[in-house]
Write a protein that binds this ligand. Sequence first.
Ligand SMILES: [Zn+2]
Length: 439
Amino acid sequence: MTNYYQRCIAAHCRAEFDLDARLYVCSRCGGLLDIERREEIDSSTLREIWQQRRSSLDPRDRSGVWRFREFLPFTDDTQIVSLGEGNTPLYDAPRSADYCRLPQLKLKHQGCNPTGSFKDTGMTAAVTQARKLGARLVVCASTGNTAASLAAYAARADLLCAIVVPSGHVSHAKLAQALDYGAKVLEVDGNFDTCMNLIRELAEDESVYLVNSINPFRIEGQKTVAFELAEQLEWQVPDHLVVPGGNLGNSSAFGKGFRELMESGLIDRQPKITVVQAEGAAPFARFYNGTSQEGRLAPAVLDTFENEEHPQTLASAIKIGAPVSWQKAWRAVRETSGSVITVTEQEIADAKAIIGRDGIGCEPASATTVAGIRKLRIKENETVVAVLTGHVLKDTDYVINYHSQTLIAPDGIHLAGKFANAPIRIQSVKSVADILKQI
Ligand SMILES: [Zn+2]
């Protein structure tokens, strides 16, 4: 019998289900599901085992997710679906630190995953589960990164794949990835939330497996990023961990990962998790700001969450008004005494350019972190890690427009590129020499 099971997160319900029950939410109350473990793990030698696996050639050990498989709800003989995900760099970012008026800042770049976004760490687990359940077809709704990731992992698993995207609201690069990996791309009039509602109706079909971030197996894969980060910091967790907030799967996964590490005695404290949302797509920040310190612990507070009907931001990866994982993210923020803040389109654009000056390319949504850190009150001796979620090549139109001073926010306001670096047209070899003397 497996050591793992699914459990509803709602405090009044706590219904339990078999690990392989094909559920996406609690069948009793509609609450989100967690995957939980029945027995404690002997963690006394795990740090050494995980370290040793780094020099192994076993595909499970080569993956930055499956290397931590003692904490994953799969048995050792499971046929995993992997593209060698995880193992992403933790960069020192001195220019970004300076911009945030901090002595030091580290950036964990999840955009260095196989399909260029953090989604791969969760997708390897969810598609492995899809294959285990004998699914014929895997489906997701997406703003682009999930589509690219699911399409790739489905192709590796030899599963059919369909993705539902908001027509005209997905970057070309992400769409190109999904098409290239062979997914059926269904474009829908509406926004991400329209797509999400549409695919929920497919959940009844036994041969279809939904792989949105509501899927608890994705959170399981994603939580290993906390493990990898702790290992990279020699098990000294930072004081603050700052993540972008869209569908809120990231903050949920980090919260679960660090909690499990602490329960197992592998770390002795958790970082404060701060979620940063774009001002025009910030239902979670509004909810956070609308609750008092004491009120945050009251179960009734959950009823006050309101979706954002018309989310607006150029950071398309977080342009989400009805974040499915908000209750798990809320738990992570509350348990770690973190916070939720917002940043403007201009702040995102400038922060993105500064991250670029560190030689680190990210997509706009990722830059909410550095923009947010600049606004946080951080003590001088505190350590900060920001999570970058997607690669710079995910949205090159945005980058070119910023540097060419042609970036327009959703409300029609022109975003001045304070750190713009426009290309220079030259007329002759001599003019090149002249220009090079001046830079
Ligand atoms: Zn329930």
